[in-house]
Design a protein around this ligand. Structure first.
Ligand code: 0L1
Ligand code: MG
Length: 271
């Protein structure tokens, strides 16, 4: 028999997901969920996140992969939350390399330089970094555009998890570099130089080492977190490993580019 208390919890999660989804569509902020529910758990927040993604899938979006967030000290300090989190990427969030983002469609978008993995095969469970990398087709430079349903990006861990880890749009460079191509150049995924430029001016420099010390660790952390729900990654998934520097606010007219040693670049324009 269905437990009526579970049914009411499920409908509350769905109601909150719809509330966040509507706010994104209508470009407005909402009060933090934890203001009215101080007991909101991380587990419940990830359930709301999945219901939020289901709203997009119902509108025709497809799974594109996953993102890790808050994987660097710089990012944690920027928003005052000190634990890595994950979110879902859908096909409607993908912006072509060199594509244009319309600023007015978002509340307070920011861009950050990232490393993306392309998964060659399905992978699930607790694996070593070497095992995770063996399932990767290659890596790409990426820009993630984050936006938050909460005013001034002010939230608690549970709020930002429910809001799909602030994920909004993403761009990946058009070249997928197999990891074996890095080593002959004397490069290591653990320490690739990363530069974020706005209008041709360098605004932040960093290293892939800022991403949990090694982007591969971000991948294994994601797999460990997904395993708690008996989920994993699928062949063809793009995984944004996390940002190497703080995010920069976006304004119309800007050209934003990330350059990563050995991987090339990815860019977007803001209209
Ligand atoms: O991708 C990120 O690191 C962002 C995670 C959520 C925190 C934020 O909105 O900056
Ligand atoms: Mg990010």
């Amino acid at each position: 028999m269905t437990d009526p208390s579970n049914t009411s919890t499920d409908s509350l999660h769905l109601e909150r997901a719809r509330h966040l989804d509507a706010a994104a569509m209508e470009v407005r902020t909402v009060p933090q969920l934890t203001l009215t529910d101080a007991d909101l758990s991380i587990d419940a927040a990830y359930t709301i996140q999945r219901a939020l993604i289901a709203c997009r899938v119902a509108r025709g979006a497809r799974r594109a992969g996953m993102k890790m967030g808050l994987t660097s000290l710089a990012k944690m300090a920027q928003v005052g939350v000190h634990e890595p989190i994950y979110g879902h990427l859908t096909s409607d969030m993908l912006l072509a390399d060199g594509g244009t983002l319309t600023r007015a469609h978002y509340g307070h978008p920011r861009a950050e330089p990232e490393i993306a993995f392309l998964m060659a095969r399905d992978l699930q469970g607790e694996v070593s970094e070497a095992e995770a990398l063996a399932a990767v087709a290659g890596v790409m430079p990426a820009l993630e555009v984050i936006d938050s349903r909460y005013a001034d990006f002010k939230f608690k861990l549970e709020d930002v998890v429910a809001d799909n880890a602030s994920s909004c749009r993403f761009v990946v460079g058009c070249r997928v570099t197999p990891l074996r191509d890095l080593y002959p150049q004397g490069l290591s995924l653990k320490n690739l130089g990363m530069v974020l430029e706005v209008d041709g001016v360098v605004v932040h420099t960093g290293s892939s080492a800022a991403i949990l010390d090694d982007p591969a660790r971000s991948l294994t952390t994601l797999l460990r977190m997904l395993a708690t729900r008996d989920e994993g990654l699928r062949a063809g998934d793009i995984v944004l490993a996390g940002a190497a520097t703080p995010a920069v606010p976006l304004s119309p007219g800007q050209h934003v580019r990330v350059r990563v040693d050995g991987l090339g670049s990815a860019e977007l324009f803001v209209a």
